[in-house]
Design a protein. Structure first.
Length: 369
């Protein structure tokens, strides 16, 4: 990680994957792109009990929103050809993991805040130059689309508050750059509920007090904010409304898994042919383990079929290890089993998980033993 000079104005970004779950389903089945698509969480009590998790923009034209009961969504779409799909959480997590890995590699610091969004800091990478930052963000968007066929919206600004507002400003597939001197003119006209950290309850309280825009909020007497939200939150709201936020972008926690996925030169079910293409990723994966000083307990092979559905096969080892041989010895059998059931693969990957940190090891040699 590069050091960021404290004297520089930060260049902070926020990436938001557009209507993520529904967009992944469109990639998996391109025929869905012309239809309203709703990814739902079914409770199982009745056929239609549950809520909408994510809807594409065609569905939103009919007033469909996240959290809406499925029964209400169906009434609004009565007579309209639409697709109601159950969530495929494992699939979405696989897409998210690959995209977040891409983002982490292309930025100074990355802080994932959800399966479909993350903050990042590129101050050192671009030398505090917002035009270079625009180019870097454009490249991230291009890479995400080239690799995963997904669009994302990115906002850039001098802090998290501004970056989050900017990423929401032009969706889908947007890129909005707010220079430090443009912060107030950009933020002031926006409604208060757009401000990062202001939820529905807080925005209702503000509206009840006649505070409708961020400009109005920025000049509201602090004592009123303190009365409504308490001292600590009032300080954040006052500063955020004035475009001030010192919250750093911070990497969160340790990795729970490490994977590498490649696209095969052609769809194949030939184990030897696939392994020959996949094998170079094994050493790359082990280098990452050594860098993080981790032992792993499970090895998985990931297969992505022509229809973009995902299959996995996993082996739990007798004990944790960091040895490359544990990957090399288990990958062929896992791959054979996966191909036997699933057929030809378009993409294939290797994943290790079940980590134990080994920070107490005194040397690399001891670590590898």
């Amino acid at each position: 990680m590069k050091a960021i000079p404290e004297s520089l104005t930060r260049v902070v970004g926020h990436l938001d994957l557009d209507y993520f779950y529904a967009q992944v389903e469109e990639v998996r089945d391109p025929s869905l792109r012309s239809l309203p698509v709703l990814v739902c969480v079914y409770s199982g009590r009745t056929e239609d009990s549950g809520v909408v998790s994510t809807a594409n923009y065609k569905a939103r034209e009919f007033g469909i929103k996240s959290g809406m009961p499925i029964t209400l969504a169906k009434r609004r779409l009565k007579g309209v050809e639409a697709k109601f799909l159950a969530m495929h959480r494992e699939t979405y997590e696989a897409y998210s993991e690959r995209i977040m890995s891409l983002l982490k590699e292309g930025t100074d610091i990355m802080e994932q805040t959800g399966i479909d969004e993350a903050f990042f800091d590129i101050t050192a990478k671009v030398g505090n130059d917002f035009e270079l930052a625009r180019d870097a963000a454009s490249e991230i968007k291009r890479e995400v689309f080239q690799r995963e066929k997904l669009t994302c919206s990115i906002g850039l600004g001098p802090n998290k508050v501004v970056a989050k507002l900017a990423s929401d400003f032009q969706k889908p597939d947007g890129l909005t750059v707010i220079l430090p001197q443009e912060v107030k003119s950009f933020m002031d006209p926006l409604p208060v509920d757009k401000l990062y950290g202001i939820g529905s309850k807080s925005s209702t309280m503000l509206r009840e007090n006649g505070i409708l825009t961020i400009a109005h909020l920025s000049t509201t007497d602090f004592s009123l904010l303190e009365k409504l939200f308490g001292h600590k939150l009032a300080i954040y709201i006052h500063n955020a409304a004035n475009g001030v936020n010192e919250d750093p972008v911070t990497e969160r926690g340790e990795a729970t898994q490490i994977s590498r996925i490649i696209t095969l030169k052609k769809d194949s079910r030939n184990v030897d042919e696939i392994l020959a293409q996949l094998a170079p990723t094994f050493e790359d994966l082990q280098r990452k383990l050594i860098e993080k000083k981790l032992f792993f307990r499970t090895v998985s092979v990931i297969g992505i079929l022509a229809n973009l559905s995902i299959r996995t096969r996993t082996k739990t080892l007798d004990r944790s290890t960091a040895q490359l041989s544990a990957i090399e010895e288990n990958a062929p059998a896992l791959l054979s089993s996966l191909i036997e059931e699933s057929g030809e693969l378009r993409r294939v990957g290797i994943k290790v998980a079940g980590f134990n940190a080994t920070k107490e090891q005194s040397s690399l040699a001891e670590f590898l033993r």
